[in-house]
Write a protein that binds this ligand. Structure first.
Ligand SMILES: [Zn+2]
Ligand SMILES: [Zn+2]
Length: 334
């Protein structure tokens, strides 16, 4: 396939301003990199936090997007894992140094020198991207491009959060029923767990969506569920949900904060935390999380509900996400 010189891309020139559609030079792959012709790229809440300036210091002239599905069109001199024509996925974790304190302890998600796709390196709101082969995954055939895209972050970070909720969980609460929750709910139900879905007050369509996937209960996040939870995962970036989730959780239960950003957590009485409840956050992903999720997803099989936008409408997709108007996951088809 002949590779053109230029590509269209949606570029972040300044925080809190719409992305600009630009024509830019297609990057050349370095020794460990592949050049990918992008077919689809998911739009994640983290993209919104970057565009809105909640996450500071993105790469200048950033192309956002870290749920990339595409075909390899060129390989760097050291690439062995993939060949031209392979369909692969590129996640949020784009590079680690492999030698810092955290990498040596198997916590590459916490690497001191990590680079992140669509944040500190260019991502997938474009026709082409380069990516370090070591952090890319083959994509199960079962999924179309747009269906696979949300698995790469919503699915992956969700899966890591789900693992961190601990062993022996039967009643699991999901606060914020968006892209991540709809993937994790399906895996959890497949594994015999009961799902309680918490949405913004009055979000009846969100609650119906949760019931349609098999949740045993869905309701407002301000309400207590009918049964106490063994664990809860908070996907919505809303600090007051933390004491609300603790209140809904059994003794010894875990509350996992899945997001990269959350508004301030209000002070709350110690007794909500006492009795060995645990609060923890989840940061990024490891390659093992990716391999596990992409193995289990087709077994369940996880079906992703997507709302598709063309590349030029990335701003509209972000805006709908900001307003909570996306059911499932937003994906750009490129
Ligand atoms: Zn490291
Ligand atoms: Zn994401």
């Amino acid at each position: 396939m002949k590779i053109p010189e230029k590509m269209r891309a949606m570029v972040l020139e300044k925080a809190r301003q719409p992305l600009q559609l630009m024509e830019i030079t297609i990057p050349e792959p370095g020794p460990e990199q592949v050049l990918i012709r992008i077919h689809a790229c998911g739009v994640c809440r983290t993209d919104l936090h970057i565009v809105d300036g909640d996450l500071s210091k993105p790469k200048p002239h950033l192309i956002p997007g870290h749920e990339i599905i595409g075909t390899v069109v060129q390989t760097g001199s050291h690439v062995e894992k993939f060949n031209v024509k392979d369909r692969i996925g590129v996640p949020w974790l784009g590079y680690t140094d492999g030698k810092c304190y955290y990498c040596k302890r198997g916590q590459e998600n916490l690497c001191e020198n990590a680079l992140f796709t669509g944040y500190t390196i260019d991502g997938g709101f474009a026709e082409y991207a380069v990516a370090d082969q070591r952090y890319c995954f083959p994509i199960p055939e079962k999924y179309s491009d747009v269906e696979a895209a949300p698995l790469l972050c919503a699915g992956l970070i969700g899966y890591r959060s789900y693992r961190m909720a601990g062993e022996g969980v039967e009643d699991l609460g999901l606060y914020g029923f968006g892209a991540s929750a709809h993937v994790i709910a399906q895996i959890a139900i497949y594994q015999g767990k009961r799902i309680y879905a918490f949405t913004r007050p009055g979000d009846v369509t969100g609650q119906e969506f949760a019931y349609s996937l098999g949740a045993v209960w869905a309701g407002d996040s301000t309400k207590l569920p009918p049964d106490k939870l063994d664990a809860a995962i908070i996907f919505a970036p809303v600090g007051p949900l933390l004491p609300a989730a603790l209140k809904a959780t059994k003794k010894g239960g875990t509350v996992v904060c899945a997001g990269i950003y959350m508004s301030d957590i209000p002070s709350f009485p110690y007794h909500l935390l006492w009795e060995e409840r645990v609060v923890r956050s989840v940061a990024n992903l490891t390659r093992q999380d990716g391999e596990e999720l992409l193995a289990i997803a087709p077994e369940v099989p996880v079906k992703t509900k997507v709302q598709v936008f063309p590349l030029e409408q990335a701003n509209k997709a972000l805006d709908n996400l900001r307003k909570g108007k996306i059911k499932g996951a937003a994906v750009l088809k490129i």
